[in-house]
Design a protein around this ligand. Structure first.
Ligand code: G1P
Length: 298
């Protein structure tokens, strides 16, 4: 347990959303627009994470952005011309939604100037979060859960009083896509992390418990990131920083309750779009009917 984490600074008030990558898995769509602004059903990918944090009562969000991604800032800002236009045309529904997005949350932005990895991106949040525990949401992951995923993780954090990451069961392919932990089970959903490896592949994977894109960190993660060496691609991985943190603090994993879509690759993105649209009352019946008519050629 972390000695300074007394009850009064256990509350997670800030979230960090790293959104600085090139989106190479989505090229060519992401050549001139941020991956995070791609539409999923009827809103951009980034809005899912922001809304999840807001639903979890997080009041302050720092978005780690990069060059060419200012449309993310515009999306969460007020848009007086558009609002005036919608008002004049009597489009009340759109007007309400556009205004709501502009008022969602106190959003701050910082830029990662070079693509030096997820660990480096998170380190840029240090002065924003200060000496407090904080949450991280990777926007590639869309969670559809009875209780928002980051809220479940924050509850688990308040029990364990140590850094904690969201886990999901992965298949063979998943061991090549996610960080994988060596677990020691603590309770039904909580595991102590004994070790973890970034994308080890099936031969070297310790288990089928993969790291998904939600974390709560104690502030000591910043020192751990500073002491973490870049990988062979020159990037500082958050997984390696967590491994380093393990030398001085316990870290836990939490098996979340709900469904998660990996919208960070083309296939996962299609699955997310289809599954989430099928849950929407305004699309469900029409989409079901349409799917029945689709002929799949071999
Ligand atoms: C990142 C992390 C990885 C984690 C994954 C979750 O990988 O480095 O450990 O399992 O997010 O989505 P990325 O998707 O950025 O390659």
């Amino acid at each position: 347990m972390n000695p300074y984490l007394d009850e009064k600074n256990m509350k997670i008030q800030k979230a960090v959303i790293p959104a600085a990558g090139f989106g190479t898995r989505f090229l060519p769509s992401t050549k001139a627009q941020p991956k995070e602004m791609l539409n999923v059903v009827d809103k951009p990918l980034i809005q899912y994470s922001v809304e999840e944090a807001v639903q979890s009562k997080i009041k302050n969000i720092l978005l780690i952005s990069s060059r060419g991604k200012s449309s993310m800032e515009d999306h969460f800002d007020h848009s007086p011309e558009l609002e005036r236009f919608l008002k004049e045309k009597g489009k009340q529904g759109y007007l309400k939604e556009v205004k709501r997005i502009g008022e969602l949350v106190d959003l701050n932005f910082i830029r990662q100037k070079e693509a030096l990895g997820l660990g480096h991106a998170i380190s840029l949040a240090q002065s924003y979060v200060g000496n407090n525990p904080f949450s991280v949401l990777l926007p590639d992951d869309i969670f559809d859960c009875p209780t928002p995923c980051i809220s479940q993780l924050m509850d688990a954090f308040s029990k364990m009083k140590a850094s904690i990451i969201v886990l999901g069961r992965v298949d063979r392919e998943g061991t090549k896509k996610y960080g994988i932990i060596k677990p020691k089970q603590v309770s039904e959903r909580i595991f102590q992390v004994e070790d973890l490896v970034e994308k080890p592949g099936p031969e070297k994977a310790y288990s089928d418990l993969g790291v998904l894109g939600r974390y709560v960190f104690t502030p000591e993660i910043f020192q751990a990131i500073k002491e973490t060496k870049p990988d062979t691609k020159g990037e500082i991985q958050i997984t390696d920083a967590i491994k380093h943190l393990l030398k001085s603090q316990s870290v836990y994993g939490y098996l979340f309750e709900g469904t998660r879509y990996d919208a960070g690759n083309k296939m996962g993105y299609l699955q997310a779009t289809l599954s989430l649209a099928l849950k929407r009352p305004d699309f469900k019946e029409q989409l079901k009917d349409y799917l029945k008519t689709v002929k799949v050629e071999d």
